[in-house]
Design a protein. Structure first.
Length: 284
């Protein structure tokens, strides 16, 4: 079955070079809590190379997009992901300066190995399917973040600017790789879904290893109460992981499309929050 949904009319996928400063980001910048902070730090290590992989997998098929609107969306997608790579590379340098030099070097090297394996062993269509699957995961993480204003308010403003901006743009372009994959495969269900579980598994293994590596560096891995508190924050009802499970499962529904969950009317509000955060950082 092939279904082509259009992004809501209010969405425009425009790349922005942010040049965010990360001068004095607090160590536990996310919700003042180490486990969730380090999970996001671990994810950040995958972004510079991971987003280049996304871009390459989409670029390989852009000739197949016949719809001019999809062509425009692909240009926006490529530009946005390139900017995310640059800003996260800067954020990762900030992590090095915070004392995690070894973790950053090893984590980026492992991410590169995983990605090189994907480029070598997967066909171009499978690589595009992996991108569509991981874009779903980033979109549902972004959705969780953007709907948690209390946690966002407790997040270090310099780090908040990065993650808020990234989450907004992941929402804006959440259907681009998906739509291209549908175009290329004629909407083949199996090609789309069969990569989801292995891609998720690899991401889970990777983020668990590097969340623990960051926690170890802080000598927090032997503090059961700190760990339990952080894990509870992730797993409690409304927490990041528990919220992602049903949204992750939706990907397996035949006829699924990323824009069936349309929160585009909130984007203006999130941009306003981003502007406030940027102004706060400038004044500091
Ligand atoms: Fe991104
Ligand atoms: Fe993305």
């Amino acid at each position: 079955m092939r279904r082509h949904h259009k992004a809501p009319g209010t969405i425009s996928i425009v790349p922005r070079r942010m040049k965010l400063p990360f001068r004095s980001v607090s160590r536990y910048w996310f919700n003042r809590e180490p486990v969730q902070t380090h999970l996001l730090n671990a994810l950040s290590l995958t972004f510079p190379d991971g987003e280049r992989f996304f871009v390459d997998s989409v670029r390989a098929f852009r000739h197949a997009a016949t719809d001019p609107e999809l062509q425009r969306a692909i240009s926006g997608f490529i530009g946005q992901e390139a900017m995310h790579s640059l800003e996260h590379a800067e954020f990762n340098r900030m992590l090095e300066a915070q004392g995690y030099r070894q973790q950053v070097a090893d984590g980026q090297a492992l991410a590169r190995r995983f990605i090189a394996g994907g480029r070598k062993h997967l066909s171009p269509v499978e690589q595009l399917a992996v991108t569509a699957a991981l874009e779903h995961i980033t979109a549902i993480m972004a959705q969780w973040l953007l709907h948690n204003e209390t946690i966002l308010a407790q997040t270090d403003p310099q780090a908040r600017a990065l993650w808020l901006w990234h989450a907004i743009e992941e929402t804006e372009h959440k259907a681009v790789a998906f739509d291209l994959l549908q175009e290329v495969t004629g909407g083949d269900y199996l090609t789309r879904v069969r990569v989801m579980a292995p891609a998720t598994w690899l991401l889970l293994v990777y983020t668990s290893i590097y969340t623990l590596a960051f926690l170890r560096q802080d000598r927090l891995h032997q503090r059961p109460l700190t760990l339990a508190r952080g894990l509870w924050q992730l797993a409690r009802p409304g927490g990041l992981l528990s919220s992602m499970v049903p949204a992750w499962c939706r990907y397996f529904k035949p006829g699924f499309h990323p824009w069936e969950d349309d929160d585009s009317e909130r984007i203006d509000h999130w941009y306003a929050t981003l502007e406030q955060t940027l102004a706060l950082n400038q004044a500091a």
